[in-house]
Design a protein around this ligand. Structure first.
Ligand SMILES: Cc1cc2nc3c(=O)[nH]c(=O)nc-3n(C[C@H](O)[C@H](O)[C@H](O)COP(=O)(O)OP(=O)(O)OC[C@H]3O[C@@H](n4cnc5c(N)ncnc54)[C@H](O)[C@@H]3O)c2cc1C
Length: 432
């Protein structure tokens, strides 16, 4: 079957490997190479693509929950959406969640995903107690910060290259409402955007939508959204209805004029200064999930989401330069998201470091791959890196400069024979 990541730019002919139980999973792992686990295909590029893939949603049982501590044990193919639906009405919510709930627990660990609260709580691995990992020979290891710590730190953020995560135990957080008290701050330029992030950094959740096509003294103008769970005791939750994009949009629909117009309207819609309102958790955390197959709006050739992070010291200057380049190229998207991050963790390939990241979509078009290579150069010059869960084009050299622990990761893979079995198009491109 033909398989692609969420960006639909890269695809591969890939054989699905089905299994009934641990023994048949071990048999598949030992017998089919190269192979990679496939969660729900929400990584944008080629990290879950290989000649053989394991559709992990075959493992989707919730196994145990400790009411006293919030510790949930479930199989790796369970979706965050199922966890929210089952546990929010009981007063629990994922401690760390990315901008879509349509991802598996295994995918959350393999990408060590971050949410709008990274500056306060860090990546998904922070709420992990332990997980079970199937190795290249079919044996199963329990991994935590105490048991097999090397494998733990390599697997969190390791993009499926250290084995198959079978089940995980992780903490949910107690909440008292299914709504969020949201404050929106409208800024006029990048200076104001940075100042607003700093001013509101005590808020548990924050994210900014940025107009990446604005130029001159409007460069970096944004809507910063911050907030926290309300305290009203209303835990009613009905997942939002979904609209669908039924077909690929014609390639011409999205061009620099339509994107510029969209950005101007979106920015103008928010009142000036600071405004407050209460919103549902789906609208706050998962706005894009409301439109099924929204990736089709970029047309048949697909798109790339480019997400990079820069350390705080380089943040303003670096971001300004990169935004200027994107703005001048006219290729930027209407979805550009700026986030504040807390300190990096010990995981070998985890993305975050203390600073700011920008994520934006680029429709696949002539000249794009070259532009992204130029952006990669700038990112590493400013001591930043790109996010592997979004990456589809980064070259080996830029990647290595951004991830100083890559040799430890490679050495571990070699020592356990993992590099003989677990490989994706991305791992081959990056020499992992
Ligand atoms: C709209 C949208 C918003 C997003 N927002 C964010 C965000 O805010 N923050 C963020 O960090 N990410 C974000 N992402 C990226 C997304 O969280 C990650 O790509 C996530 O890993 C996808 O999970 P998945 O289950 O779909 O995995 P897939 O895309 O299928 O796989 C991703 C990686 O995980 C590996 N993997 C999956 N399951 C297993 C397993 N059981 N064992 C071993 N390896 C496994 C795969 O091999 C692959 O390398 C967003 C994605 C979308 C589409």
């Amino acid at each position: 079957m033909k398989l692609s990541g969420w960006g639909r730019y890269l695809s591969a002919e890939s054989q699905p490997l089905f299994f009934r139980d641990t023994a048949s999973l071990a048999q598949q792992v030992r017998g089919c190479i190269p192979l990679i686990a496939f969660g729900n295909g929400r990584s944008y590029g080629d990290s879950a693509l290989a000649a053989n893939h394991l559709p992990m949603q075959q493992l989707k049982r919730m196994l145990a929950f400790e009411e006293a501590t919030g510790l949930l044990t479930c199989e790796a193919g369970v979706l965050l959406a199922d966890i929210v639906e089952s546990f929010l009405p009981r007063g629990w919510f994922p401690m760390i969640t990315p901008g879509t709930k349509l991802i598996t627990v295994g995918g959350a660990i393999a990408s060590d995903v971050h949410g709008k609260n990274h500056h306060i709580v860090g990546c998904f691995s922070e709420c992990l107690d332990h997980f079970l990992l199937m190795s290249a020979d079919g044996s199963i290891k329990r991994c935590s910060r105490r048991e097999n710590p090397e494998l733990f730190h390599a697997t969190c953020g390791g993009m499926g290259l250290t084995g198959v995560i079978m089940q995980a135990s992780f903490y949910l957080k107690p909440v008292r409402s299914s709504t969020i008290e949201q404050t929106t701050i409208k800024t006029a330029n990048l200076h104001e955007t940075f100042a607003a992030f700093e001013e509101y950094q005590g808020q548990p959740y924050s994210v900014a939508w940025i107009d990446c096509l604005a130029r001159g003294d409007k460069l970096g103008r944004a809507l910063l959204m911050v907030g926290d769970f309300a305290e009203d005791g209303n835990l009613e939750y009905r997942p939002g209805g979904t609209l669908n994009v039924p077909v690929d949009f014609p390639t011409l629909t999205l061009n620099s004029f339509s994107v510029k117009a969209f950005n101007a309207v979106y920015y103008a819609r928010a009142g000036s200064g600071v405004s407050h309102r209460r919103v549902g958790i789906d609208g706050f955390f998962y706005p894009l999930d409301a439109i099924r197959n929204w990736n089709r709006i970029y047309g048949k050739r697909g798109f790339v989401q480019y997400q990079f992070i820069l350390p705080k010291t380089a943040g303003y200057e670096g971001l300004k330069q990169i935004l200027q380049k994107i703005s001048a190229s006219g290729m930027g998207s209407f979805l550009a998201v700026l986030k504040l991050y807390g300190p990096a963790n010990k995981n070998y390939l985890s993305f975050p470091l203390e600073g700011y990241s920008l994520a934006l979509d680029f429709k696949m078009q002539p000249g794009l791959v070259e532009l992204l290579a130029e952006l990669d150069q700038l990112v590493v010059e400013y001591r930043g890196r790109v996010f592997l869960a979004k990456d589809a084009t980064t070259g080996r050299e830029s990647f290595e400069k951004g991830y100083p622990n890559v040799e430890r990761f490679r050495a571990l893979r070699r020592s356990l024979g993992l590099n003989q079995v677990f490989n994706s198009l991305q791992s081959q491109r990056l020499g992992l």
